[in-house]
Structure formats: C-alpha cells, structure tokens
Design a protein around this ligand. Sequence first.
Ligand SMILES: Nc1ncnc2c1ncn2[C@@H]1O[C@H](COP(=O)(O)OP(=O)(O)OP(=O)(O)O)[C@@H](O)[C@H]1O
Ligand SMILES: [Mg+2]
Length: 435
Amino acid sequence: MKTLWPRSLFARNFLLLMALTVTLELSVFAVFYQLVQRPRAESLAGLVASQINTQHLMLSRLSAVERDATIAGINGAGGLQIVTQSPHAIPASEADGGLLLKDFVTRLADQLPPDSSPMVAEDGRAMVRMQVEGQQYWVVLPLQAQLRNRAMTVAAGVSAFLASLNLLAAWLIQRRINRPLRQLQRAAHAVGSGYTPDRLDEAGPSELSAVTQQFNWMAENLERNDSMRSLMLAGISHDIRTPLTKLRLALAMGQLDEKGASVYINQIDHILGKFLDFGRTEGDEAPTLVEVNTLIKQLSAEFEESGSWFALFLDPAIRTVPMRALVLQRAIANLMENAARYGKEGLTVETRLLGEHISISVRDRGPGIPADQIEHLRRPFTRADAARSGNGGTGLGLAIVDRLARVHGGRLELKSPRDGGLRATLVLPIQSAFA
Ligand SMILES: Nc1ncnc2c1ncn2[C@@H]1O[C@H](COP(=O)(O)OP(=O)(O)OP(=O)(O)O)[C@@H](O)[C@H]1O
Ligand SMILES: [Mg+2]
C-alpha cells in the first residue's frame, strides 16, 4: 500500500479527485437507473404486453382472410409489425442491449404466454412470437431507440471528460502550491548554507502566506542575530582593547601602581559584564514575589558606598510583585548607573503604582540627552559624543534595559525634562512583568 500510494502531491490530488468523481458518477447512475429508467421500462413492457394480448385476441376471432387483411392494415399503420417469416434474431437473454432492454424483455415475457420467446433482431428491435390458430407470427416492436441502453456509453464519455477536468484542476491546485513551496525550499537551502535569502513574496492563499510570513520573520531574526553577533564581537574587541592598551602603556612607562591597574581591570570587567548581560537570555530565571521598594533601597545603599546618593520616593502601595528579581535589579541598576555617571547631581528614584502597572523613574539633574538623540541612544553600542571620549561605557546599558522592558511586556521611556537632566522611566505590567 505504501509503495502504491504516490509521493507527489500532484498525483495524490489527481487520484483523490478521480476517486471522488467516479464514486459520484456511479451513485448518480445507480439512482437514475433505479428510480427513473427501470420503472419506465417496466411500465412500457406492461403497455406493449397488453397491446399484443389484445391483438392476439382480436386476430384469433377473425377468419383467415380477415386476419390477413387486418395484419396488412396494422403493418401499414407504421407502428408494430406482424410478420410470418422469422427475421434473423437471437434470444433476448443473449442480446447485447444493455440493462434496460433486458429489464423490458423480462417484464414483457412475464405478461405474455410462455411460448412468446422474446428475441432481438439484428437491427436491435425486440420481437415476440404469437400463435394464432396454428399459424406462427412475429410481432416486431418499434422500440429499439428507447431500449438501447446508451447510459454506459454516455457515462464513459462524461467520465473521460470529467477525468480530464480533474487532471486540469489537480494541475492548477498544484501550481498554486508548488510555486511558494519551491520558493521556500530555495530560501531554506540558502539559510542552511549560511546566506541571507531575499524576502519571500507573501502573496497567495492564506495558509501558504502564513508559512511564508513566518519564514521571512525567522530569516530576519537570524540575520539580526547574525549582525548582532558580529557587532558584539567587534564591540568587545574594540572596547577591551582601549583599557588594555592604556594598561600596557602604563606598564611600559613604569607608571603603574596597584590603584591604577585596578582602574583598568575594573573597566575591562565592567565591559565584559555588560556584554554578557546583553547576550544573556532571561528565560532561565523563575519569577518570584519581589519587594520592589526594598530592592531599590538595597541598590541605593550600594551606590551610596561608591559616592552617589539617590533620594528615594517609593510608593508604599507597591508591595510584592511577581517578577524576575535579577532581571529587574539589572534594569534598575543600569539606569541608576547612568544617572550617577552622567547626571551626577539631583539623583532620585521614584516608584508608583499605576493600576495594572508599576513605574520606576530614575532622575538626575545633569546635562541630559538632546531630544533628537534619545531614540538613537537606546540602540546597542551607541553613546553620546561627549560621553564617548571618557566614560569607558560600552553603550549597551540603555539597550539592555529597553530589551528587558519589551520582552516583559513593558517599556522604557526616556525624557529630558525642561528643568534639565534625564528621566528614565521603566513601566512594567504587574501581571506579566518579568513573569
Ligand atoms: N542620565 C544620563 N544623562 C546624560 N546622558 C546619558 C544618561 N544616560 C545615558 N546617557 C547617554 O547615553 C549613552 C548610552 O547609555 P548606555 O547606558 O546605553 O551606555 P553607556 O552608559 O555608555 O555604557 P554602559 O551602560 O554599557 O556601560 C551614554 O553613553 C550617554 O552618552
Ligand atoms: Mg550606561
């Protein structure tokens, strides 16, 4: 069975359509025959039998001369013919006239005397024997056109026509499926070989278009990941090389004391930490009930140790929230680090409960970011020009926070208020936040 069933979709479609058409035709034929043709043949046989019986009765009452004259009259009328000579004929049961003729003759024989022996002449006309006063006659019925059962011939013709329609339909269906499939196959091969294929055409039937859309989405993601990986590798080597060069230079000039060395080592550590953060996926950490305000107090205490003081305005309505604690801590720490590093003064952290969301705003009164650069600085590896020269950052902090927020159904808002500085606000939904 496995080997008989064709593998090509075209052959399968064609066979299925064929099976359907043949079943349909056979059913229609059977119903038509049983409910229409057969009853018609039987009622016709009834009529013809009663006519023959009447004529038999009438002819047997006439004298031989009157009988011949009457028969001549009947034959002249052009309907059934009564002949004495047996035409060349074969028994109806052996004749090849189809089901309808057989039904007719069987029914006719039932209603005539047993010696009527229905026959079928060469020209296809049915005939029966009639004995009148010892004389044998043949009644030839003018019925061949009605009784020649052409249904099978017609059905075969219609079948052949429908089969060619099926072939055409299968080919058309297949063509619509094949084009996008071949397109997908080529594109998947390109992806497998490490190339980025052109965006596939998403037009076509909705099912195929959904697959193509998903493929395009996957190919874009792969490309984005690929370019992100190259960007990260380039970023790591560039950013780490700067403190390393400085370290080597200080060593060569014999100017490196322990304090100086730890500055460069801390820088390298910071850079590596940021890259790891950026490359990390957050799926591993299980959500727990986090006391957001307490977490912020702890972070603020850590910053205070390194000389940055944050004023805290924490909404007491926020109690425990189901979140991924480490992820949330990383996001807030990045914003506080920026405020401490670039804003330096007027540092505040404010939390608020906003219905289904919580917001965490980190604010400073430093130089802020020009409005036209805000969106740009969210992207990975971007730093403001002034900061580029000396801050030693990787340009990943805001990109990390922005991604964490979006992955968890929230957003990062960056605003430069009129009275200066920057306000970075993390808005997170309570239900799904980090859940
Ligand atoms: N509070 C702020 N005030 C002024 N400028 C800021 C502030 N926060 C960020 N920026 C600017 O945005 C740039 C991008 O910040 P981001 O945190 O993404 O990277 P980074 O701080 O340079 O490096 P990293 O955080 O990876 O160590 C910074 O270089 C800085 O120029
Ligand atoms: Mg930063």
